[in-house]
Structures are given as structure tokens and as C-alpha cells.
Design a protein around this ligand. Structure first.
Ligand code: NAD
Ligand code: TDX
Length: 363
């Protein structure tokens, strides 16, 4: 008899959303084997998973989603029957600096995963599922009114968004052409613990704590729709298990903030927690040159997932942001190691020292 009911391949599980997703599936589904495939780019940090790394139903494999040979080995060796694909280059500013790596990882990597899933998933009656974790940025930018829905046209504006849109198109094409059982979710901006301090919220928390400049792009009037990462993970669980094959679901918290208002809120909350004088951190705000092609506004109409799958966010922004700030305050060692680059040693020292559960080698 098989030890586990299913084997899920979670790609990019050492990243921000991926690590929350791995922890969720490993702890909530002890009868699932979770294989985390991540090549540990600058954004991949295995320390994010230190609390579950020796779990019986968890395996880490270091390697790239662009490596077809490795993917074939992983699918065969673990008999993967579900994929939750989060691995990506994820930062818009980096995509403006170097678009090519976004095409390699997000487009070619997704194509390679789809191809290997298609090769491997041939047994009739098995419950196969390929879930692409995508973004609302594929729909482009909104004006001051309106929302993205599942009917919105694709209109990506940054190299990052275009690479994620291409990945979505490939996922749909593999469903249409080869009947691969896929589902797509497009989520708004996430926040929470373990987010790499290049994204707005962790970067600004770090800079406020260290009394460094807060670089606001343009006028600061761009709008983002923020969702706690755990709410995203719970939506992914529901979509993976219950979403209709071949469909897409938009995920968002109806929680729009102008960047500058959010930044003022962060300054006020952190000043209060640290006992700093009122308005102290707001002096750190500097308006700088705008991001090239900066999308004005993202906002999600999440009524489909609510209506059809019964999901709605559990965290209010007030709770979620306060908990997130507390987490970064309590985990300054994590932030220091991420900022200094020391987190990169974790994999190597664990490969050598952790005899209880060594990581799988790639092949
Ligand atoms: P992240 O940058 O924190 O993590 C990405 C992970 O992918 C890292 O662990 C990295 O090492 C890994 N990775 C990169 N290239 C790889 C490769 N070639 N092979 C294997 N692993 C590789 O990203 P995140 O913010 O957690 O986002 C995860 C996913 O969710 C992405 O697909 C992103 O597009 C999507 N998304 C993110 C947000 C958000 O607000 N962060 C919102 C909506 C959707
Ligand atoms: O230093 C900064 N100053 C600033 O004004 C940074 C890092 C950001 N910003 C602005 C740009 C955006 O309007 O803050 C907003 C949020 O920026 P990011 O955190 O870089 O996120 P965004 O560009 O909205 O893209 C994100 O949302 C959806 C993620 O990076 C994606 O992975 C996800 O798909």
C-alpha cells in the first residue's frame, strides 16, 4: 500500500508565498507527500521552513524548473500527481533591469513543468491537477474606477507581468490541446511574514526600523489591493481541491490602499510600537523618480471564488498588518540574515550537518 494518498510538487517553496503554502500542506495534510522543488535564487530561503523541515511528509529538492531532465526524474521518482506552481522571478523592478531571466524562469520554466506533467500523467482515473499561481498584474493597470474579473482581458505592462501572462497562456494551451487538468489563480499583492525585503511592505518596515530613507516612486498615489499571505494560501488550498478544471479564479481582499497612505500607516504604527515621537518616521519619506511603466491601480473583484467556492479572507488589514509588523520586529535576526546574505549558507550547512533529514540530491 502507498504510504501517502497524494504527492504534491510545490515549486518555489522556499520563497515567500511558497513557504507558507508548503507549511500549510505539510501540516494540514499528513497523508500528502509534499516535494518542494526550488533552485534557491536570491529569493529562496530554506530558513523560512526550518520548523517543518524534518516532517515525514516533506522533501526538499534543489533544482530548477527549467531543467527538463531533473523534472522527469522528480515526477517519476516521487510519482507526482499534483503541482502547485509558485516558482518565479517575482519582482517588477528586477524585471525592468533584467527581463531575460523572467522569460527563462516564468515562461520556459512553466512550459517545462507542463510538458513533464503531460508526459507523466497518463494513468486513467488518477486525480491529477496542475495549479498555476499567477498574479493580477497580467490584466494591466486600472484607472480610478472598476475591478479586474475573470473576464478581464490580458494586458500586461511590465516584463514581469508579460512573463506571468505568457505562463497563464501556456497553461490554458496545455489544457485546450492536451486536456491537461489545470487551474489558474490570479491574486493581488500579498503581505505577511518571510517576504523578501525588496517588496514595499517588508522593505519599508526594515527602513523605518533602521531610520533609513523611504523611497516612494512618483507621487505615491498608485493603488494596490493587499491580502494577507495566509488568506491567499487558504484560497489556493480550496482552488486546488475544488476549483473547476480549465478555469481561473481571482483572489483579493477588497483592501485598496494608495501607496502613500499605506506608508504613513506603517510609519505611525511602528513609531507607536517603538515609542518614537509622533511623525518621526514620516520624515524619512522621499519621493523619487517613478518606476518605468508604473501600473496605476490593481483591484480585484473576488466574487467568483466567494460565490462558487465559499472563500473570503479571514484577516482584516488592521489585524494582519499589526501581526506582520510584530513578526518583523520579533524576527530581526531573520531580517539581518536576509539583508547580509547569510541565509544563503543555510542550505549548505544543513546538507552537511542535518543528519536527521538530509535533503534530496537533484538527480
Ligand atoms: P518569491 O520571489 O518570494 O519566491 C520565488 C521562489 O521561486 C524562490 O524560492 C526562488 O528561489 C524560486 N525560484 C525562482 N526561480 C526558480 C527556478 N528556476 N526553479 C525553481 N525555483 C525557482 O515569490 P513570491 O512573492 O512568493 O511569489 C510566488 C508566486 O506567486 C510567483 O509566481 C508570483 O508571480 C505569484 N504572486 C505573488 C504575489 C505577491 O504579492 N508576492 C501576488 C500574486 C502572485
Ligand atoms: O521602494 C519601493 N517604492 C515604491 O513606491 C517599492 C519596492 C515599491 N514601491 C511601490 C511600487 C508599487 O506601486 O509600491 C507598490 C508595491 O510595489 P511592489 O511591492 O514592488 O509590488 P508590485 O509592483 O505591486 O508587484 C507585486 O504585486 C503582485 C509583486 O511584486 C508581484 O510578485 C505580485 O505579482
Amino acid at each position: 500500500m502507498k504510504k501517502f494518498k497524494r504527492t504534491l510538487l510545490i515549486t518555489g517553496g522556499a520563497g515567500f508565498i511558497g513557504s507558507h503554502l508548503v507549511r500549510h500542506f505539510v501540516t494540514k495534510y499528513p497523508n500528502y507527500h509534499v516535494v518542494n522543488l526550488d533552485n534557491l535564487t536570491y529569493a529562496g530561503n530554506l530558513e523560512n521552513l526550518a520548523d517543518i523541515e524534518i516532517a515525514d511528509n516533506y522533501t526538499f529538492v534543489k533544482g530548477s524548473i527549467t531543467d527538463l531532465t531533473l523534472l522527469r526524474t522528480v515526477f517519476k521518482k516521487f510519482d507526482v500527481d499534483g503541482v502547485l506552481h509558485t516558482a518565479a522571478e517575482s519582482h517588477v523592478d528586477r524585471s525592468i533591469e533584467n527581463p531575460m531571466v523572467f522569460v527563462q524562469t516564468n515562461v520556459q520554466g512553466t512550459a517545462a513543468l507542463l510538458q513533464v506533467a503531460r508526459e507523466h500523467w497518463t494513468q486513467p482515473g488518477r486525480d491529477y491537477r496542475f495549479h498555476h499561481i499567477s498574479t493580477d498584474e497580467v490584466f494591466g493597470a486600472l484607472g480610478d474606477e472598476g475591478y479586474f474579473t475573470e473576464q478581464s482581458l490580458y494586458n500586461p505592462q511590465s516584463p514581469y507581468a508579460a512573463s506571468k501572462a505568457s505562463a497563464d497562456h501556456l497553461v490554458r494551451a496545455f489544457h485546450n490541446t492536451y486536456k491537461l487538468p489545470v487551474v489558474i489563480s490570479n491574486c493581488s499583492n500579498n503581505y505577511g511574514p518571510y517576504q523578501f525585503p525588496e517588496k514595499l511592505i517588508p522593505l519599508f518596515i526594515k527602513n523605518i526600523l533602521e531610520e533609513r530613507v523611504l523611497p516612494v516612486y512618483g507621487t505615491g498615489r498608485n493603488v494596490r489591493d493587499w491580502l494577507h499571505v495566509q488568506d491567499h494560501v487558504e484560497a489556493l488550498d480550496i482552488i486546488f481541491h475544488q476549483g473547476a478544471t480549465g478555469e481561473a479564479y481571482l483572489i483579493g481582499g477588497h483592501n485598496e490602499w494608495k501607496n502613500i497612505d499605506l506608508i504613513h500607516l506603517l510609519c505611525r504604527q511602528i513609531d507607536r510600537k517603538l515609542g518614537r515621537a509622533f511623525g518621526e518616521s514620516q520624515k524619512l519619506i522621499h519621493f523619487i523618480q517613478d518606476r518605468a511603466g508604473h501600473d496605476h491601480r490593481y483591484a480585484i473583484d473576488a466574487s467568483r471564488i466567494k460565490r462558487e467556492l465559499g472563500w473570503s479572507p479571514r484577516y482584516t488589514f488592521e489585524q494582519g498588518l499589526a501581526m506582520t509588523i510584530d513578526w518583523y520586529l520579533d524576527n530581526s535576526a531573520w531580517m539581518d540574515r536576509v539583508s547580509s546574505g547569510a541565509y544563503r549558507d543555510y542550505y549548505l550547512t544543513h546538507m552537511i550537518n542535518n543528519k536527521s533529514k538530509p535533503y534530496e540530491s537533484a538527480a
